[in-house]
Design a protein around this ligand. Structure first.
Ligand SMILES: [Ca+2]
Ligand SMILES: [Ca+2]
Length: 292
């Protein structure tokens, strides 16, 4: 879609007491919406996982916002706790320098939030990009790790904003978080429009087998079981490992016909061979009576 509306939002809107419990936002693909891809508010024990979020229209954008409507949240509403944001793949490609862009925001309030296994690629060449917005002064986090962020051509970039502090990954790691996270190209298959394909391949070495299995969802965005291989892959997709080819080549004889017999004459020998990969086929011509 295109336009100004948010993608998916579960949030407060009235001056009565509001609370959302055990919400799961899973397996969605959200393309070119306005301002926020996925947002929640007043949410207890909530999970956002295995989603793909793409933004190529020029609007200020946050991929995932926890909370989203800060100004509209009343003091009577539930304070968020146990929010988990994991295994999401985000691609943001803005071309206007006046716009703000951030991958994922979990701050302002709450206890025991976890943010892991997410990958974010900022592809534009303008403005400032911030991968993650946190606030360790006000918020308690249980796990923040195994994330990946890439800002290929953005002039000004930060791994994290913690409160008002703007930090590189190594500076943020001194807080004790993101020790196994990485900066670098996630190598999405074909993220820009019109393909919008954030699946991964063997080239996605910064994502493959990086997250311990005890942190994995049971499946990925396509419903394939996790993990494949020794560990889970960062982002919404688990790369399926294709095993060695055990299918034998198919060989059919075209000429001479099976069972035909030539005496003292030359003739062409023609095979049809079907191989699944490069290889060779050995053959033998048998003289009548059994001698090669
Ligand atoms: Ca309210
Ligand atoms: Ca894996």
């Amino acid at each position: 879609m295109k336009g100004g509306c948010w993608g998916i939002a579960v949030d407060t809107g009235y001056n009565t007491t509001e609370e959302f419990d055990n919400v799961v936002i899973r397996g969605n693909t959200i393309k070119n919406v306005g301002d926020v891809g996925i947002g929640i508010n007043a949410c207890l024990n909530c999970t956002i996982e295995n989603n793909v979020i793409i933004q190529e229209q020029n609007r200020g954008f946050i991929g995932i916002a926890v909370p989203d409507k800060i100004a509209d949240k009343g003091p009577e509403d539930a304070k968020m706790t146990n929010v988990t944001v994991r295994f999401n793949s985000i691609y943001i490609n803005l071309t206007s320098s006046s716009l703000s862009q951030a991958g994922l925001r979990v701050y302002t309030e709450g206890q025991n939030h976890s943010i892991y296994g997410n990958t974010i690629h900022f592809a534009g060449n303008v403005g400032t990009a911030k991968c993650f917005l946190y606030n360790t002064l006000e918020v308690n986090y249980t796990t923040i790790d195994y994330n990946n962020c890439y800002f290929s051509d953005v002039p000004t970039t930060y791994w994290a904003q913690n409160g008002s502090s703007l930090l590189t990954l190594s500076q943020w790691q001194s807080s004790g978080f993101d020790g196994s996270s990485s900066v670098g190209d996630p190598a999405f298959s074909s993220p820009a429009g019109p393909n919008y394909d954030l699946s991964i391949s063997a080239s996605s070495t910064l994502l493959i087998d990086k997250v311990p299995t005890n942190l994995c969802p049971a499946i990925d965005i396509l419903g394939n079981a996790r993990p494949v291989g020794s560990m889970c892959d960062i982002g919404a997709y688990e790369l399926l490992i294709v095993g060695p080819d055990t299918t034998p080549p198919r060989v059919t004889i075209v000429n001479p016909k099976v069972g035909s017999y030539y005496k003292n004459s030359s003739f062409p020998i023609i095979f049809n061979v079907t191989l699944n990969e490069n290889g060779s086929v050995r053959y033998a011509i048998v003289k009548k009576g059994g001698t090669q």
